[in-house]
Design a protein around this ligand. Structure first.
Ligand code: NOJ
Length: 557
């Protein structure tokens, strides 16, 4: 497979609203990102993906864009962004923008025109259907944030489709004018020298022309069997590649709910010219109970099966992205580790387990500090519209009590990730001199970047070592391109796998429990490459693993 610069990249995701506020308004900004570039250089990453920074009514914190070619005033100016691109470039860091084009904001001038009348020139830029004769919605699709995916526009008597909130109407990608407008937006940013795009729910852009009902035994959001991974989505991506992306050497990653490895290959096989890689979600569902998606313990056997399948199926046939967390997911250490007794050990264990896989790793802001979930007492303290939608369903449809509903919401709330960054033990973690837009986690007094930088044993320096191993070491090739083999697949407590190429072999062993365990392996150790404990054993015939211990060995070929 041809090598690409982004194969060996490590991406850091910034949620600008919560990263670093320099003007005291309680909301992070672009100057705040510029201020922290040296911190990111020290960590060793070479790509920053920024969640949306465009003007927006912020119904979904910027994933509802009202102007694709400007900067939201709360984040700064175009001059700030240009300065950021240049200052990052001086440090060898590229900026990846979030491209949110399955939908716009309802306040985008395109939609304002579209809804103004049935014969407006932009009517067909969105998806309008008549209600059924009985007045009900055109089909039974749900959206992620509302009950029906349709909303009736009283003025014109037709309904528009919105797979997310009412304020996020879906664009009609069958219309070539829409596709051309998106291509123009992409060229606008690419010509500013950005390093690529993360494309929001890009596998939802192709809808079936007959808008059929979703199957009633449907898994996930009702209708997703029809609107995810439609062949039109592949067609539009190939056109986008041909017309725009093929002229630039950039990273592209598609956010793609409901993808299998088969679909993952279709999107990311280099010969198909669609995307560089996709974010798959299979591994994000293995600690959710089907009962209203309540938290349950991670099923490690299933987890290993999922991760290995992606590693093996995409080997030389596509490219993987690797992530534990992002702005939509709870904090990894609280979710998959132990954020109390073994916070540092388990955060490092999770990092090692993922960062020795093949693919491009994504680190979400604060993950490198082992930041934890934040649990609020009342629903009003939650900002995220998804939590409010879930709360409504749990209280009104499922008839749960307030406390029962909150117990379900807390572990997975997206606000866990959106609580502002902890920079220091100063008020508000040094994030802002004003009132933070979301209530802080008081543990910033202990868990913060300043403390991490002063402690050579911190989670930060563990990430730094992992990044160096991948980007600049004798192990780089085996880590980035080597083969993968899962060991002891049925072990529910220990994750062990091998990576090998024709020069080197590695064995990764991670204890996912808070107990000391003993396991044995046939491999012969050459050296320990990295461990999250001092004094890890090299006796693989009777290997003692302390709670959350994770050791990576170079082994004989
Ligand atoms: C996926 C984004 O990651 C999420 O934050 C957003 O709410 C939806 N897409 C809608 O844009």
């Amino acid at each position: 497979m041809d090598k690409k610069w982004w194969h060996q990249a490590v991406v850091y995701q910034i949620y600008p609203r919560s990263f670093n506020d320099t003007n005291g308004d309680g909301v992070g900004d672009l100057r705040g990102v510029i201020e922290k570039l040296d911190y990111l250089k020290e960590l060793g990453i070479n790509v920053i993906w920024m969640s949306p920074i465009y003007p927006s009514p912020m119904d979904d914190n910027g994933y509802d864009v009202s102007d694709y070619v400007s900067i939201a005033p709360e984040f700064g100016t175009m001059a700030d962004l240009e300065e950021l691109i240049a200052a990052a470039d001086q440090r060898g860091i590229k900026i990846v923008m979030d491209l949110v084009v399955n939908h716009t904001s309802d306040e985008h001038p395109w939609f304002v025109e579209s809804r103004s009348s049935k014969d407006n020139g932009k009517r067909d830029w969105y998806i309008w259907h008549k209600p059924k004769p009985d007045g009900s919605m055109p089909n039974n699709w749900n959206s992620w944030f509302t009950r029906s995916a349709w909303d009736l526009d009283e003025e014109t008597g037709e309904c528009y489709l919105h797979l997310f909130s009412k304020k996020q109407p879906d664009l009609n990608w069958t219309n070539p004018q829409v596709r051309n407008a998106v291509h123009d937006i992409m060229r606008f940013w690419l010509d500013k020298g950005i390093g690529g795009f993360r494309m929001d729910v890009i596998n939802l852009i192709g809808k079936p022309s007959d808008y059929p009902d979703g199957a009633l035994d449907n898994v996930g959001v009702m209708g997703i069997d029809h609107f995810a991974n439609h062949s039109h989505a592949h067609q539009y991506l190939r056109e986008m590649h041909d017309k725009v992306l093929s002229h630039y050497d950039v990273l592209t990653v598609g956010e793609t709910p409901m993808v299998t490895t088969f679909e993952g290959k279709l999107y990311s096989h280099p010969k198909r010219c669609e995307l560089g890689m996709v974010f798959q979600f299979e591994h994000m569902d293995l600690d959710k109970d089907s009962n209203f998606a309540a938290k349950k313990e991670l099923d490690l056997v299933r987890f290993k099966e999922v991760m290995s399948r992606w590693q093996e199926d995409l080997h030389n046939q596509g490219w993987n992205s690797l992530y534990w967390s992002n702005h939509d997911q709870a904090r990894a250490v609280s979710r998959f580790g132990n954020d109390i007794a073994y916070r540092v050990e388990s955060a490092k264990m999770l990092a090692s387990t993922l960062h020795f896989m093949s693919g491009t790793p994504y680190i979400y802001q604060g993950e490198e500090l082992g930041m934890t979930n934040t649990y609020y007492d009342t629903i009003d303290q939650y900002d995220d519209l998804l939590d409010h939608h879930k709360y409504d369903i749990l209280i009104n449809d499922e008839q749960l009590s307030d406390e029962e509903a909150l117990d379900i919401i807390r572990p997975f709330s997206r606000d866990n990730a959106r609580v502002p960054m902890h920079w220091s033990n100063q008020p508000n973690g040094g994030f802002t001199s004003g009132k933070p837009w979301l209530v802080m986690n008081e543990n910033y007094k202990i868990i913060n970047a300043q403390a991490a930088l002063e402690d050579s044993d911190s989670v930060f320096y563990h990430y730094q070592k992992l990044i160096t191993l991948r980007r600049n070491s004798d192990y780089a090739n085996v880590i980035v391109y080597g083969w993968h083999q899962l060991l002891q697949p049925k072990d529910p407590e220990v994750y062990s796998y091998k990576r090998y190429d024709d020069q080197k072999s590695l064995l990764i062993v991670s204890n996912f429990t808070d107990r000391t365990l003993e396991r044995s392996f046939d491999e012969k150790v050459i050296r320990i490459v990295i461990s999250n404990y001092k004094g890890s054993s090299s006796d693989l015939s009777a290997l003692k693993l302390r709670p959350y211990e994770s050791v990576v060995y170079e082994i004989t070929m």
